[in-house]
Design a protein around this ligand. Structure first.
Ligand code: HXC
Length: 257
């Protein structure tokens, strides 16, 4: 598929997906959604890819869902067309996704960043859920993922006032894993993705799946799931190789098996 609104490239075992609608600050319209689904699902299936970086421009990761595309929609249009439903497909991909965020990550842009596994932000990043100022609320997970990431007080503050928070506040409140200078953002994100992609893929995918469980289950269920996954990784060749290499004081050679 030839893309109009995103660019894709691969470096080693890392896929880089760049939102590319500069005239609209990367606003997320239906074409962006269709193309992002196609690209991320394709990389998810590709055995040569171990991690995915999703990024935007220096000025904007994404300034939200496309307001001009949304403004005339009706409830029935939304319901019958399952408006926004497609974003779940991107959230569901099983390989780790890192959001590399510079500039505005607002509304659907903040929600896209949050449906990645973690966020690396530049010191210029600004996060917010301004939907309330348009007469709506976050619809791509903002009320749910933001509340889980930063807690009720700050999620309420952001969703009810529509204010933006800067990178420093976002890191302090747990939305962001790291803040780096803007010029280094993509390099740092790609290096993190390459590190992940160099590690045993079954363990990486199971670690991601298990952390995700923490947000969907009780502590005792989550601990039980974790223990079972931990046990099962002893069936992989990479566990034998990783531990043998440590004992023999050599570098492991993983086969993703
Ligand atoms: C459509 C958008 C857009 C958006 C910016 N643009 N954001 N178009 N949808 N979300 C367009 C502008 O219309 C303008 O186009 C161009 O991008 C540049 O934007 P400016 O506003 O001129 O830039 P600036 O003055 O630098 O202000 C930047 C900004 C502002 C603060 C980010 O653009 C802004 O407030 N944008 C909207 C943010 C927002 O409310 N996001 C939430 C959307 S609702 P022209 O053609 O005039 O040059 C949402 C719901 C999610 O996300 C849940 C459902 C999916």
């Amino acid at each position: 598929m030839a893309y109009e609104t995103i660019k894709v490239e691969t470096r080693d075992r890392v896929a880089i997906v760049t939102l590319n609608r500069p005239d609209a600050l990367n606003a997320l319209n239906s074409t962006v959604m269709t193309e992002l689904i196609d690209a991320t699902e394709g990389f998810d299936r590709d055995a040569g890819i171990g991690a995915i970086v999703i990024t935007g421009s220096e000025k904007a990761f994404a300034a939200g869902a496309d307001i001009k595309e949304m403004q005339s929609l009706t409830f029935v249009d939304n319901y019958l067309g399952d408006f926004i439903g497609g974003w779940d497909a991107i959230a569901r991909t099983r390989k780790p996704k890192i959001a590399a965020v510079s500039g505005y990550a607002l509304g659907g842009g903040c929600e896209l960043a949050m449906l990645c596994d973690f966020i690396i932000a530049s010191d210029t990043a600004k996060f917010g859920q301004p939907e309330i100022t348009l007469g709506v609320i976050p619809g791509m997970g903002g009320t749910q993922r933001l509340a889980r990431a930063v807690g009720k007080a700050k999620a309420m503050d952001l969703c009810l006032t529509g204010r933006m928070m800067d990178a420093e506040e976002a890191e302090r409140s747990g939305l962001v894993a790291r803040v780096v200078p803007a010029a280094e953002l993509l390099d740092v994100a790609i290096k993190a993705a390459q590190k992940i992609a160099s590690l045993p893929l079954p363990a990486v995918m199971m670690a991601k799946e298990t952390v995700d469980r923490a947000f969907e289950s009780t502590l005792s269920e989550g601990l039980r799931f974790e223990r079972r996954v931990f046990h099962s990784l002893f069936a992989t060749e990479d566990q034998k190789e990783g531990m043998a290499a440590f004992a023999e004081k050599r570098k492991p050679v993983f086969k993703n098996r």
